[in-house]
Design a protein around this ligand. Structure first.
Ligand code: HEM
Ligand code: HEM
Length: 480
């Protein structure tokens, strides 16, 4: 199968058709995808680095003390915003800019717009984070980025969604593949959610409800759906067989689209919000069991009997790690939404464990899987297998260490609340788990350095894959 990239290159570079003028680098096919993807990898490393500093500060507060910009209260929002708007948004938009032309068999509506929005996004995020470090935060979780950088993100989101949506409407492939459903679910409503969360002027309880409506959809409808779209695209190609069941995908998609947007209220369970908001949200959170099971069955069924591929293909192994953590985080989230359990575990590290099973366990490996996939199957370059193996085991070890240590720490805190004690009374008991979390973070970070080095060497000192392995990729039709 000829990839879109091959087709576009042949149109651009010759085959009897002369290009009108020399294309700029930002006009070349996949240039937007590359800028978004590599920027995502850069911000992923920054997120982890700041995460480790924060983690150390939580058991050794004197660490980097005395510099206002490095105070915990400033680093924490930077960690979160860089994680959500830098690493997750940019990385998965990279995957999306790569997937959309291939799924639609249509060149991107505007490569130049895609590339320019990526550069603006980078500079704007940098400005926003510098603002927070200088003390200019808006002070509300997930909307900390100060004016005017927050508004600029909104405008960029509209431009990105417009570019992708126009490509989809002009598509030559009439079928709408599962990944495309998820991409549409992310790009159509998110500009509205973002504007509501960042520009609306509610106060008090309304403000809390709107803020969680926006924040939850930031994780659920914007980031998770782009992550799932990437897995739905990659996994069948990695195992060279179709998805286990189209019907199950259908059920999974529509139940997720119906229930996820209602979940925001589960962040304020037992808060001063109307009972019907809490009940509706908890019901929708429990109903999320259906799409989670659908995803579990579909990827589980597709992956069944692929042991040999798993042993050989690091990229596929990262996809499976992302899949397992996604299902785990979602089931964990459903349990956390049970009102009696939430009373015990809210305000504890159990939430932190859930969050990192989602972003560190699903988001990180999913993007890594895509990067290796892209290097090998699209650029047809050989990366260091040895480094990638080390990278995989370090990442997995770090994720397990993080989630288990914070899970135990959260349980200790929750049990103290239940027994009528205070969280402070558990600080000494929780100390070793905080140290374990920082060590786990360092292990993940070490793996990340190997990854960045591997990608850098692969792209800048390219070694093409041997022809026989290219042939086998081509025969299976998985090079696009
Ligand atoms: C080396 C890996 C990482 C370490 C050591 C780390 C560490 C931390 C720490 C110490 C906190 C603050 C916890 C608290 O206030 O009690 C935190 C919060 C958070 N982190 Fe990470 N983190 C890592 C990776 C990531 C990644 C990759 C993301 C991706 C987006 C992420 C997203 C978040 C979010 C959203 C929160 C806020 C959670 C909440 O308020 O409930 N982290 N992290
Ligand atoms: C079925 C799916 C899910 C459900 C039902 C769910 C449920 C929950 C609940 C109930 C909380 C609040 C816990 C508390 O504060 O007491 C929560 C927090 C959170 N969840 Fe999930 N979750 C799901 C999936 C995910 C996934 C896949 C991610 C990330 C990729 C994620 C990211 C977060 C974040 C960042 C928070 C912390 C917000 C904060 O307090 O700052 N969730 N989730």
């Amino acid at each position: 199968m000829t990839s879109i990239q091959d087709r576009d290159n042949s149109v651009m570079l010759g085959n009897g058709i002369k290009p009108k003028s020399e294309p700029l680098p930002i006009d070349l096919p996949d240039s937007a995808a590359q800028i978004w993807l590599y920027s995502g990898i850069f911000w992923m490393s920054v997120t982890m680095l700041i995460g480790v500093v924060e983690a150390i500060k939580l058991f050794y507060p004197e660490f980097l003390q005395g510099v206002p910009a490095l105070a915990y209260g400033r680093l924490r929002p930077v960690h979160i915003n860089v994680g959500l708007f830098g690493f997750m948004s940019m990385g998965y938009l990279g995957a999306t800019f790569y997937m959309v032309p291939r799924l639609t068999q249509t060149p991107l509506f505007s490569e130049r717009l895609g590339s320019l929005t990526a550069w603006f996004w980078n500079f704007n995020l940098l400005g926003g984070c510098m603002g927070i470090l200088m003390g200019f935060s808006k002070g509300k979780e997930y909307t900390e980025i100060p004016f005017p950088f927050d508004m600029m993100i909104g405008l960029l989101v509209i431009a990105i969604a417009g570019n992708l949506f126009s490509t989809i409407t002009l598509r030559q492939e009439r079928r709408v593949y599962v990944s495309l459903w998820y991409i549409l679910l992310a790009i159509i409503p998110f500009p509205i959610y973002y504007t509501l969360g960042n520009a609306s002027k509610f106060s008090g309880i309304e403000d809390a409800i709107i803020n969680w409506f926006y924040s939850h959809n930031l994780f659920g409808i914007w980031l998770t759906t782009l992550g799932l779209a990437t897995l739905y695209y990659m996994v069948p190609k990695q195992v060279n067989k179709p998805l286990y069941s189209h019907i199950v995908s259908f059920v999974g998609f529509w139940t997720l689209a119906a229930f996820y947007p209602w979940n925001g209220g589960h962040h304020v369970i037992w808060g001063p919000v109307p009972m019907w908001v809490m009940t509706a949200s908890v019901t929708a959170s429990i109903a999320m069991f259906i799409p989670t099971c659908a995803t579990m069955i579909n990827f589980g069924g597709t992956a069944w009997g692929t042991w040999e591929i798993m042993k050989r293909d690091v990229s596929y192994r990262f996809s499976l790690l992302a899949y397992v953590c996604y299902v785990g985080a979602s089931l964990w989230g459903t349990v956390l939404a049970v009102m009696s359990l939430n009373a015990m575990l809210h305000f504890t590290n159990m939430t932190i464990a859930h969050v990192h099973l989602g972003f560190l366990g699903f988001g990180v490996p999913g993007l890594i899987a895509f990067t290796y996939f892209y290097l090998e199957r699209s650029l047809k370059l050989k990366y260091s297998q040895n480094l990638a193996e080390w990278h995989f085991w370090l990442t997995m070890l770090g994720i397990i260490g993080y989630v288990v240590s914070m899970g135990i720490s959260g349980w200790i805190e929750g049990a103290a609340w239940e027994a009528g004690g205070s969280p402070q009374s558990t600080m000494v008991d929780r100390y070793p788990y905080h140290v374990a979390r920082a060590v786990s973070g360092l292990i993940v970070l070490a793996g990340q350095f190997l990854f960045v080095w591997n990608v850098y060497k692969t792209v800048n000192y390219p070694v093409s894959l041997p022809t026989d392995s290219l042939d086998s990729l081509q025969k299976t039709g998985v090079t696009s």
